[in-house]
Structure formats: C-alpha cells, structure tokens
Design a protein. Structure first.
Length: 315
C-alpha cells in the first residue's frame, strides 16, 4: 500500500509538472475562443489576450485581431480595414506583431510623420467572402479610408456562413478546457468526430463562385457608398506555383474573378502573377496555403506599394 501511494504521488507530481509546462511553454489550456453568430457564422470572442506557442494573440472588443480601438478614429489618425481569413488573422503560429496588419502598419507609420496609422484586422480562420460581408454589415467600416480584402484560391469556393463547428470542432473552442492535458489529448491524440450537419453544409450546391463574387460585389458597394477605396488581393495555393499548377475549375474561377475585378474597376492584386518569378516559392509558405514569415513580409510590402502607387495613400 505504501509503494502504491508513492507511485500515485509521483504520477500526480509528474502530471502537475507537465500541466504547468504545457501552460507556460505552449500556452495549452487557454486557447483563443470563438462565439457563434447567426449571420457571420462565428467570430473570435471579443476581449481576449492569450499566448500560444510563445506567440501573443490579442482580440479586441470588435472580435478583431487588433488592440482595442475607438469606434471612430481621431482626426489626426488614418485607418485601413484589413479583411480576411487565417492568412490575415495569422492564427496561433503568428505573433501579434508579425500579422499582416501589424507589418503593414509599421511600414505605413514610418512614412506618415506625426499622424497615427491603424490597420484593423477583421478576420477569423476559414472565413470566406460571405462571412466578411456579414461582418461589415454588422459592425460597419470604423471610419476606414481603405478596405483591403485578402482572399485565397479556396475562398472562391467557400460555403455559406455556419456556426456548427463552434464548440464542436477542436479548432473552434467556445470555452477553455479544464486542463492543458485535456487540450493536448484533444488536439493530438483524440480522433476528430465528424459533424453530419456540417458535412452537409460543405456539400453546398449551386454556383459557389458566383455567390462569393456577389458577396465581394456587395462589399464593394458598401465601400463605394462610403466613398472609400477597396483593394482585392488574391493569394494562391503553394501547388499553383508547382508542376501540378492550378486545377481546371480553379483556372475557371480565377478567370471569373479577373473579369469581375475589371468590370468593377477594382484594384486587384493577383499574387500568383506577382510571385511567378520568385525562385523558390516554398520559402514563402508555412504549409500549402498560409504564408511563412517571409511570405507575410512580401505580401505586406506588396500591399504597401499598392497603397502608395495606386491609391496615393501616402503623399
């Protein structure tokens, strides 16, 4: 019995040490939380500050990955509203100061003298144009002078907003687990359980590309109504640079997007053509879709140049 108690004590002590290590080193046990929303689908829960894998994540009162802001900008300030999915958001693998919005703000601030620049980051993982439109319809434009909408190839085929994954998929928790050990198990050991209703949403029929282009058109109309400019930036998948290239349905969707951008007189940045001559595109990607730190810097520099040369944002 004494030996058993010693073993139990050692195992308990080990579990406590591992629990503390998982929380302090990896940030497990305190994930960024999501909330369901009937129109937008889901949002990052407002007013969060967490640290994951050493990276700081701050979510403001409007569910942006930005520090808290005033609803209306100060007279001396300038604002850009950056909209997107995980590419804009940066997710857990990107520190707050390395997100696209933070990098762009740093570049702009260096050229604006005493005026303050705010690049607001309205984004969430796996958002598509219809989620982003619903966000604008809910929260407005925050006195932005420019909207930058960043999409990727997959976003052209994004389904309608849904909140089915919130609190049910491991990447969309709505509450923190009791223990970091529980989150470790859920993320790396437990087999994900399918959500039948969500699978039906993912099989959405009809013209998805057309529905998403229509959402972008409505975003453009909102911008036009406020007399502000819209930049549309399209990032490709890594394989689109490689021998496999874009698939036929992607090429057709891309062509529709190009024709749409021309018809709407949009400032359109196609990173597939912009990066076509880059010698090793793999260095620009973290995985098949998300930019690496080098990729993030290249995207932010391209956005900066567009603001400077095409929109004359910087005099």
């Amino acid at each position: 019995m004494k030996i058993l108690l010693i073993i139990i004590g050692l195992l308990t002590g080990l579990a406590v040490v591992v629990e503390i290590g998982l929380r302090l080193i990896l940030g497990l046990g305190n994930p960024p939380l999501y909330i369901a929303d009937q129109e937008i689908g889901y949002l990052l829960a407002p007013n969060q500050q967490v640290r994951r894998m050493g990276n700081r994540i701050e979510i403001n009162q409007y569910s942006m990955r930005s520090e808290n802001i005033a609803a209306n900008k100060a007279n001396s300030a300038r604002r850009i509203l950056l909209l997107g999915d995980s590419i804009v958001n940066g997710a857990w693998w990107t520190d707050q100061q390395e997100t696209l919005s933070a990098l762009l703000a740093t570049q702009l601030q260096a050229n604006l003298g005493d005026r303050t620049i705010e690049v607001l980051n309205a984004s969430a993982n796996s958002w598509g144009p219809r989620n982003e439109l619903a966000y604008l319809q809910r929260f407005g434009l925050f006195d932005a002078e420019v909207i930058i909408l960043v999409i990727n190839t997959d976003d052209l085929f994004a389904t309608a907003p849904t909140s089915l994954q919130v609190g049910r998929e491991r990447n969309y928790p709505d509450k923190a687990p009791a223990l970091a050990l529980i989150e470790l198990y859920q993320h790396y050991l437990a087999k994900p359980q399918p959500i039948p209703q969500l699978e039906k949403v993912k099989q959405e029929g009809g013209d998805r590309v057309g529905a998403n282009l229509e959402a972008i058109k409505e975003i453009k109309a909102i911008a036009d109504g406020a007399n502000i400019k819209l930049i549309l930036a399209m990032t490709p998948l890594l394989r689109e640079f490689q021998s496999d290239g874009s698939r036929d349905y992607e090429l057709k969707a891309r062509k529709r997007l190009q024709e749409f951008a021309a018809a709407e007189n949009l400032v359109y940045l196609d990173f597939l053509s912009i990066l076509a001559d880059f010698p090793q595109p793999g260095f620009l990607y973290r995985d098949h879709i998300h930019p690496s730190p080098q990729g993030n810097r290249l995207v932010s520099e391209t956005l900066y140049k567009s603001l400077q040369t095409e929109l004359k944002f910087i005099e």
